[in-house]
Design a binder for this molecule. Structure first.
Ligand code: HPA
Length: 244
């Protein structure tokens, strides 16, 4: 059976719980071998890929984004739901709430972020008027609404290079530019998925207020703890969206 849907699990989402008959697959790509899992959910084959590897061993700036998207494309995947932990710049988007972003601001610096590098791969300028797949975003919203899980429809995801957290001055700047959320992984993932002509949406969980807004200094542990508190809710919305 073809694998049409993939979940990319971000921080705190390391295992494909809810999938049956899970098998590990090693997929060869021009960017190296990518290890992922394929399992079954209510009769559908679903791929699951832990973005940061087993036990969060790969930092955001070193994730093999091109290999990951290539591997999913090779499997036949056409729809990707990715989870991301984010800090919030917008007091209406509070910790423990979900957001389905609809725009991004790219502040990454040194990441390979395209499949199109000239030569054989060509020079191709991809449209990003609607950076996230509208249909999948709507499905996520419908799922969240049906389950009564407070979820914000739309938001501007600011992607930073990491792995450090931001300075309060950076956060003030991002706010002035219209950012709502800050994270380290949606770019280039969303970009590559679009280049590969796949439908891609992100389900973000607000784990903290961003630096300078939060009353305390940030720690990775705080983000991981907040993810652990919210993982069940996130999974329910995600799998409900897959059922719809
Ligand atoms: N900044 C960047 N990435 C994050 C944050 C943050 O505050 N929280 C979770 N991921």
């Amino acid at each position: 059976m073809a694998v049409d849907i993939a979940i990319i699990g971000g921080t705190g989402v390391y295992d494909p719980a809810m999938l049956d008959d899970v098998q590990v697959r090693e997929i060869k790509t021009p960017y190296g071998v990518v290890s992922l899992q394929v399992g079954r959910y209510r009769g559908q084959e679903i791929a699951f890929l832990a973005r940061h590897g087993a036990g969060h061993s790969v930092p955001p700036h070193l994730v093999n984004y091109r290999g990951n998207i290539w591997a999913l494309k090779k499997l036949g995947v056409s729809q990707i739901i990715a989870t991301t932990a984010v800090g919030s710049l917008n007091e209406k988007m509070r910790p423990n709430e979900l957001v389905v972003p609809d725009q991004f601001l790219d502040f990454t610096k040194g990441r390979p972020s395209t499949f199109f590098e000239g030569g054989d791969s060509g020079v191709i300028h991809t449209d990003f008027t609607n950076p996230y797949c509208h249909r999948l975003c709507k499905l996520l919203m419908t799922a969240a609404y049906g389950l009564n899980v407070p979820t914000h429809e739309g938001g501007v995801y600011v992607c930073t290079e990491g792995p450090r957290f931001e300075t309060p001055a950076e956060i003030r700047m991002f706010r002035q530019l219209g950012g709502d959320l800050v994270g380290m992984t949606s770019i280039p993932e969303a970009v590559l998925a679009r280049e590969a002509e796949m439908c891609y949406a992100t389900l973000s969980i607000v784990t903290n207020y961003a630096a300078g807004i939060s009353p305390n200094n940030l720690t990775h542990m705080e983000v991981v703890d907040a993810m652990a508190d919210n993982i069940e809710k996130l999974r329910r919305v995600l799998f409900r969206a897959i059922e719809l």
